[in-house]
Design a binder for this molecule. Structure first.
Ligand code: MG
Length: 246
């Protein structure tokens, strides 16, 4: 019942007849890890060192873009400077150092239970992140052992960051599925937009300062106020998806 209105709207606008759920395409920062606070702190430090004015909040809105795209955007906006991709990726390494210096990031409360619930229901779990942050990517197998498919999508596999649908289209291909056989689980507006544009039923979860309205505006089919709220609702949502097949 919990997802019926959202599912009806999704089917109406996507033109699909049902949701035959096979795989969940799962974002990393702000979904598996409570990492966005440290990412935004590291971004602000990098910009201040380069004389570029910014606020922490704006980096929550850029979440999902590639590191180089964010840096190029900020240098253009804040200093009127066009910098090359190579220069941007060099600066991204500095941001990565600042991020690491801020210490270990906690697993998002509820993330493990979410993955276990999906697994118990026979739904494949595929990581889809715009990140290439090694300190995070290397932790996934330790923190969530056996819960992710080996096939995953990171910044190393994609040319375009979110909101381009490419990362989620690659996730759909890795799942050997169709858009209506995958759900996207996201916390950021640009990530939600990417999942929606890829044609998947997109779940938004507010785990930071961005509110529900922003995620709905970006195309989320349903929004939950926390990972715990999503985990509680997940069995019912899965059963609502199954009901579209009958
Ligand atoms: Mg995220």
């Amino acid at each position: 019942m919990i997802g019926n209105t959202a599912i009806a709207n999704y089917l109406k606008f996507s033109g699909h007849k049902n949701i035959d759920l096979k795989a969940a395409l799962i974002d990393c920062d702000g979904i598996l890890y409570d990492s966005m606070k440290n990412h935004t702190r590291a971004w602000v430090k990098l910009m201040k060192k380069n004389g570029i004015k910014c606020t922490r909040d704006e980096f929550y809105l850029y979440e999902g873009m590639t590191g180089a795209a964010i840096i190029k955007h900020m240098f253009k906006k804040g200093a009127g400077k066009n910098i090359t991709d190579d220069e941007a990726w060099e600066l991204y390494k500095v941001k990565g150092r600042y991020f690491k210096e801020l210490g270990d990031i906690p697993v998002m409360p509820g993330a493990l239970a979410m993955l276990q619930t999906l697994q118990q229901n026979g739904i494949e779990r595929i990581l889809v992140t715009g990140s290439r942050e090694p300190s995070v990517l290397e932790r996934i197998d330790n923190d969530f052992p056996g819960l992710f498919a080996e096939e995953r999508v990171t910044a190393h596999d994609t040319r375009h960051g979110k909101p381009n649908p490419e990362p989620y289209l690659k996730g759909i291909a890795k799942a050997q599925a169709k858009p209506n056989q995958c759900i996207v689980i996201e916390n950021a507006p640009l990530g939600v937009q990417a999942g929606h544009t890829a044609g998947c039923f997109t779940v938004g979860i507010t785990t930071g300062p961005i509110n529900e309205k922003e995620l709905l505006k970006a195309g989320a089919d349903i929004v939950f106020p926390s990972m715990e709220a999503f985990v509680t609702a997940l069995p019912e949502l899965i059963s609502d998806f199954k009901n579209t097949l009958t």
